[in-house]
Ligand binder design. Structure first.
Ligand SMILES: NC(=O)c1ccc[n+]([C@@H]2O[C@H](COP(=O)([O-])OP(=O)(O)OC[C@H]3O[C@@H](n4cnc5c(N)ncnc54)[C@H](O)[C@@H]3O)[C@@H](O)[C@H]2O)c1
Length: 272
């Protein structure tokens, strides 16, 4: 493979690696010879996903049980990564998503919002990226190289109805991405980079009920998204792999602090 895009033998930590998008990205990385360290809260899910990833790629996938909102647990993981692997070439923060209580129904207004659930959604989507990045990026800063990828959303730059907490959190992820990019490149090393991917709409466990009816037809929200996506379809999880590979590899060596939309054109279309 072209050296510019080499990720073989590199070591990447992923939160949310047992989820829809994270599982797909972890499989792609392992298929390309990278080691992946899955960070998650369910030992059963982590063990199952590692076993699945290690079929034919023996030993490339391992995991640590950790809640990405728990700083103490993350510090333990950081020390274990340092002692087991020696270095860490990158971190992908995929833990996140929505919860039903923080999603307004079509006939509710802002005054019906559940603020406790909204705060929980802000915690997981914003602090679930901020805390692991600050703890684990110290490994990258000290060794002088590495690439961090955060996961933003179409909801970060424009109001997408019903998901206030999620939008607020992902807007926070965007500015945190720029902030960390500045901090790491200017005070540590220009080889430590931080970028974000803003996926368009990909059907996963969390948004399936919002986008699809039980009989598989689109809900009104699903129809509206498709009507506003020039490509006229939802994304496939594998369609994030190219951007992930680019951002992890030296092909993006002069790129930091950017948010890259992978969205079938959704964010560049006016809707008219
Ligand atoms: N699916 C989409 O269309 C879409 C679009 C834009 C952005 N995203 C973002 O992509 C990321 C992955 O989404 P997905 O669709 O794969 O969702 P998913 O629910 O399949 O995966 C999310 C994962 O995060 C994990 N997680 C949640 N809280 C955690 C915590 N405190 N500690 C550790 N792990 C935790 C969950 O267990 C799950 O494995 C999320 O940040 C989501 O907001 C998804």
């Amino acid at each position: 493979m072209n050296k510019l895009f080499n990720i073989k033998d590199k070591c990447y930590a992923l939160s949310g690696g047992t989820g829809t998008l994270g599982g797909s990205i972890a499989a792609y990385l392992v298929q390309n010879g990278a080691k992946v360290i899955l960070l998650g809260r369910s030992s059963n899910k982590l063990n199952d996903k590692c076993a699945e990833l290690n079929v034919g790629n023996s030993g490339l996938a391992t995991s640590f049980l950790v809640d990405v909102l728990n700083e103490e647990e993350l510090i333990v993981v950081k020390n274990k990564i340092a002692s087991t692997y020696g270095n860490l070439d990158g971190l992908i923060n995929l833990a996140g998503g929505n919860v039903p209580g923080a999603t307004l129904t079509a006939d509710q207004t802002i005054y019906d919002i559940d603020l406790k659930d909204t705060k929980n959604v802000i915690d997981i989507n914003l602090y679930g990226t901020v805390i692991p990045t600050i703890v684990l990026s110290e490994l990258l800063a000290n060794q002088g190289h590495g690439s961090i990828i955060n996961i933003s959303s179409m909801a970060s730059k424009q109001a997408i109805s019903r998901v206030l907490g999620y939008s607020v959190a992902k807007a926070g992820v965007d500015i945190f991405t720029k902030w960390m990019a500045n901090e790491l490149a200017s005070k540590f090393n220009d080889k430590v980079r931080v970028n974000a991917i803003a996926p368009g709409f990909f059907i996963g466990n969390q948004n399936r009920r919002l986008l699809l009816n039980e009989n598989g037809t689109f809900t009104n929200r699903g129809k509206s998204i498709i009507a506003n996506t020039p490509m006229g379809r939802f994304g496939e999880a594998s369609e994030l792999n190219g951007m992930v590979h680019y951002l992890l590899s030296d092909a993006s060596s002069f790129v930091t602090g950017k948010i890259f939309e992978v969205d079938g054109g959704f964010s560049s279309f006016s809707g008219v």
